[in-house]
Design a protein around this ligand. Structure first.
Ligand code: 6PG
Length: 474
């Protein structure tokens, strides 16, 4: 006899979906599952006997197996597949039922779906879920957006399945509408930045002649300190991994063409729309793009010359220097990501709690890291913090690390090693701390060719001037 009062339903049994189901079931909830290929559902349920799992062969059977209000989570590919599944579900659901989209959906799609389903009397949650396969199974970070009243209903399930740090679940109600998926998008942008910074450190170590095992040891050591994070940890493990066929470090055999599914690019577009600088994430996305142009790079490598990179004489000093360059750049990257969230929060009236967001990112998600505690503390001290770099802890850190940071960027530039994220972060830092930038000349240029006018340093703000510039004779 099929159940009629299961607590939770999940549609989409790809890797994330399967692991999330096992996570929910392991917390004592009765879970119904549905996949468009019934064999996948049956095989999944058969592989996990002894769990309160019900595999539905059809959607009507799936919906009928759930207690009201029904809680249906979609773990399907972001994009049109989400709309298609919702369309199929609609005739089967009743007012008050809750649909949760746990994929990496674009937040504007989530806003559209929220309006659509709310108009039909249903309740919708767009929830960012981070942590990959392992996180989904053991506890991801969850970023749910939607009405607070719907969050209240879902809270027991979300808190039960989320990762825990110091006993605190890595989930919080992010805000209305698309806020949850928006924050997940920023998480991913920051993830891109973190990954690229680590890769730049790797490039420098390679140029200094470190072996993969030596590098693994460095990252291992960093993971025991202030830089502790999941991405540093997996980097150490990846570098230590040997290829079973050749015995060589596996990383040496992996083609240097980075993939991406688009969340980083969405972050850039959003930043551009809102005139917020996220140059570290920008550099990271563009580094992936350039890496993917392998054939062009190989061809250019014989024609466009640069210095022969040799950092061997710097090997001993490099570990401490790169450590600081990485740490400082990471702070800048987070400062930029937080600035973008703050800007969007004001624009959309989401009331994002940036300290709470940093807190839930401490566990479960890909960017989980010890230093996120410091961000939470910074916002606790000053909820109106204009820029993370100005919080006392981070200000002191940047002041302390900048000599090493500059040395690393200079060394890289002199040796022809591209460090776009390190250098973009440093340029942001230097621009942000400059009381005067060369934009006065830029304003002169604008006024010269377009009579765009300018303000003067010796006159009140808001008073605009135009000069009759000399005629250009060509
Ligand atoms: C996460 C990740 C995940 C992301 C993939 C691939 O938080 O679990 O951010 O959501 O989609 O890691 O992203 P790219 O293919 O764009 O690198």
């Amino acid at each position: 006899m099929p159940p009629s009062n299961n607590d939770f339903g999940l549609i989409g049994l790809a890797v994330m979906g399967q692991n999330l189901v096992l996570n929910v079931a392991s917390r004592g909830f009765g879970v119904s599952v549905y996949n468009r290929t019934p064999e996948v559902t049956a095989a999944f349920v058969a592989r996990h006997p002894g769990q309160r799992l019900f595999g539905a062969a059809t959607l009507p059977e799936f919906v009928a197996s759930l207690a009201r209000p029904r809680k249906v989570m979609l773990m399907v590919k972001a994009g049109s597949a989400v709309d298609a599944v919702i369309e199929q579900l609609l005739p089967l659901l009743e007012p008050g039922d809750i649909v949760i989209d746990g994929g990496n959906s674009l937040y504007t799609d989530t806003e559209r779906r929220d309006a659509w389903l709310t108009g039909l009397g249903l309740r919708f949650i767009g929830a960012g879920v981070s942590g990959g396969e392992e996180g989904a199974r053991k506890g991801p970070a969850i970023m749910p957006g939607g009405p607070a009243s719907t969050w209240d209903v879902m809270r027991p399930v979300f808190e039960a399945i989320a990762a825990k740090v110091d006993g605190t679940p890595c989930v919080v109600h992010i805000g209305p509408g698309g806020a949850g998926h928006y924050v997940k998008m920023i998480h991913n942008g920051i993830e891109y930045g973190d990954m690229q910074l680590i890769c730049e450190a790797y490039a420098l170590f390679q140029a200094a002649g470190f072996s993969a095992d030596e590098m693994a040891a460095v990252f291992e050591q960093w993971n025991a300190g202030e830089l502790q994070s999941y991405l540093i940890q997996i980097t150490a493990k990846a570098l230590a991994q040997k290829d079973t066929e050749t015995g060589r470090p596996l990383v040496d055999l992996i083609l240097d063409k980075a993939g991406q599914k688009g969340t980083g690019q969405w972050t850039l577009l959003n930043a551009a729309e809102n005139a917020v600088v996220i140059s570290t994430i920008n550099a990271a996305v563009e580094a992936r793009v350039l890496s993917s142009q392998k054939a062009q790079r190989v061809a250019a490598s014989t024609q466009l010359h640069g210095p022969v990179a040799d950092l061997a004489p710097h090997k001993a000093a490099l570990v401490a220097q790169v450590h600081d360059a990485l740490y400082a750049s990471k702070v800048v990257s987070y400062a930029q990501g937080l600035d973008l969230m703050r800007t969007m929060s004001e624009k959309k009236q989401w009331a994002l709690d940036l300290g709470a967001i940093a807190r839930i990112w401490r566990g479960g998600c890909i960017i989980r890291a010890r230093f996120l505690n410091r961000i939470t503390e910074a916002y606790a001290q000053d909820p109106q913090l204009a820029n993370l770099m100005l919080a006392p802890f981070f200000r002191d850190l940047l002041n302390r690390t900048q000599l090493h940071w500059r040395a690393v960027v200079a060394l890289a530039v002199q040796n022809g090693i591209a460090v776009p994220a390190f250098s973009a972060s440093l340029a942001y830092y230097d621009s942000f701390r400059s009381a005067r930038l060369p934009a006065n000349l830029l304003q002169a240029q604008r006024d010269f060719f377009g009579a765009h006018t300018y303000e003067r340093i010796d006159k009140p703000a808001g008073q605009w001037f135009h000069t009759d510039w000399p005629e250009v004779i060509e």
